[in-house]
Design a binder for this molecule. Structure first.
Ligand code: ADP
Ligand code: GLC
Length: 479
């Protein structure tokens, strides 16, 4: 028996399209929620080439003029995932990524994602010809923010809504003059509505209009109510504190398990022999020399959020103490250049791959001794959890979801056999350099190191717990 139907509205979703962790979460939630008895389907923009990947597509909704052109929603499946694709060529059939091309945002992004939300609201009102009407609409980030707003300002519908913040730094800003074009009534343009410092924010629209708000970790839920983290939305969120909760993301165990990962020499907590082979292969693949201390990895977007500049400044002491670094990432050209320069400075000990490579990232988690996540803020973060799974000890800034998923090594937590990683705070190069020194010392203590690997690999980072939390949230909305 299903407990209810949920329409998840997202701008990216594994296995169809990914730029970051949102895609992993949107792609993993439906199966996790199915285990709890929920029928969840994902509504996604039909970016170029995606509709050809739907198995048995059926047209379930049409609109001759959706923000400037004809559109339809195709229902179908991909790898067992139930997907609804918004096929609107004038908005989505174009070169480039989901949000930008050649480093520039698509100029019509407000209309593109408004269209996604308009279709979501129509389906939530029962507009789909397949008879499937959701009980709950679950919108993600600014791209989904207008869906709860269209429900509030349009015809009433017997549907409840949840807005999840994956990253408050992206707020979906559009000029006030776009209001009518975005199909928002004049009455919505107030400080209690979609107005945000004289503009429109589609994220704020979702935050004020949704029945409940979640974010992807308990710590980030609290941080968001402070100006340093809320980035302008702290007041809006504080006003809704009673409806705001943090639910930590999970990891897809089918994809991230060292026992079964096809990319690596398999290993387990009981037998780590394979991990040593993976380490040697990783060193060879990156062209590194001998690394006597911990071999650290970084797999990340290279942006200010991720603290890569802080790492750059703290790296010297780590290398001098015997550490090595293999980094995979892309993003800000200045950070890419800084990391290339670090590799040139310490050949044999620091190596960098600029790019995006899912398979290589698996080999890195298997072969590394530690994974570094020195983020200035991190709503949840997934790579520290992959690190736990692979016994690749996370060294993380004590912020957001990093703070909620890693128990930092201290004399007390080591004595209590609770530590699963190394944490530092505040997020600056002095604290990071200290954490790297503690990592080197921990790694040199063979007994302590083996124990921490064993504990890390036992941490339950699967979707079971988070799915139960979403399930109770949905239940509370339908009660
Ligand atoms: P964010 O969503 O802020 O980028 P997360 O840690 O939540 O951070 O998710 C990032 C996801 O993208 C992880 O699955 C990570 O492994 C992956 N990833 C990031 N950069 C790369 C890269 N260059 N190559 C392969 N995977 C990457
Ligand atoms: C965002 C956040 C990241 C989080 C991901 C999935 O991209 O930056 O911390 O893990 O969303 O929720």
């Amino acid at each position: 028996m299903t407990r209810g139907r949920v329409l998840s509205v997202a701008s990216e979703c594994v296995p169809l399209i990914k730029t970051g962790g949102l895609a992993d979460v949107a792609g993993a939630l439906p199966a996790a929620m199915a285990a709890e008895g929920w029928d969840m389907r994902v509504l996604l923009p039909g970016y170029r080439g995606l509709s050809a990947r739907l198995v048995a597509p059926v047209v379930i909704w049409q609109d001759p003029d959706l923000f400037g052109g004809a559109a339809r929603v195709l229902g179908g499946a991909v790898d067992g995932l139930r997907v609804l694709l918004l096929d609107a060529p004038h908005l989505f059939d174009r070169p480039g990524g989901p949000y930008s091309a050649d480093g520039k945002d698509h100029p019509d992004n407000p209309e593109r994602f408004a269209a996604l939300c308009w279709a979501a609201a129509a389906l939530a009102r029962g507009g789909g010809s397949d008879g499937w009407r959701p009980d709950i609409l679950h919108a993600h980030d600014w791209q989904g923010g207008l869906a709860p707003a269209y429900l509030r300002y349009g015809e009433p519908a017997p549907v409840r809504s949840v807005m999840t913040i994956h990253n408050v730094a992206f707020q979906g800003i559009a000029p006030a003059a776009a209001r009518a074009a975005l199909r928002l009534p004049a009455a919505a343009f107030t400080s209690e509505g979609v107005e945000y410092y004289g503009n429109i924010s589609t994220l704020k629209a979702g935050l004020v209009c949704a029945d409940r708000i979640t974010t992807v970790s308990p710590t980030y839920a609290e941080e968001l109510m402070r100006p340093e983290f809320g980035l302008g939305l702290e007041g809006v969120l504080a006003a809704r504190a009673a409806d705001l909760s943090g639910i930590l993301n999970g990891v897809d165990m089918a994809v991230w398990s060292p026992e079964t990962d096809p990319e690596i020499v398999p290993y387990s907590a009981r037998d780590l022999t394979g991990k040593a082979v993976n380490r040697a292969r990783l060193i060879a693949e990156f062209g590194l020399g001998e690394v006597p201390g911990p071999l650290a990895i970084v797999v990340s977007r290279l942006t200010g959020q991720k603290g890569i500049d802080i790492l750059d400044r703290a790296l010297g002491g780590f290398v001098a103490a015997g550490g090595g670094l293999a980094l995979l990432g892309s993003g800000d050209p200045a950070l890419e250049a800084a990391m290339r320069a670090a590799a040139a400075r310490w050949p044999g000990r620091v190596a960098v791959r600029i790019g995006y490579d899912e398979a290589l990232s698996h080999r890195m988690f298997a072969g590394g001794d530690a994974v570094l996540v020195p983020s200035r803020f991190e709503p949840c973060g997934l790579t520290q959890m992959y690190g736990l799974r692979y016994g690749t000890i996370p060294l993380v800034a004590a912020t957001g979801g990093l703070n909620d998923s890693v128990v930092g090594a201290t004399p007390a937590s080591l004595a209590a056999r609770a530590a699963t990683g190394v944490t530092f705070h505040p997020v600056d190069e002095i604290a990071l350099a200290g954490a790297l020194r503690r990592l080197v010392a921990l790694h040199a203590d063979r007994k302590a190191w083996k124990a921490i690997i064993g504990r890390a690999m036992k941490v339950d980072v699967g979707w079971g717990g988070p799915a139960k939390a979403y399930s109770s949230l949905y239940e509370s909305l339908l009660a």
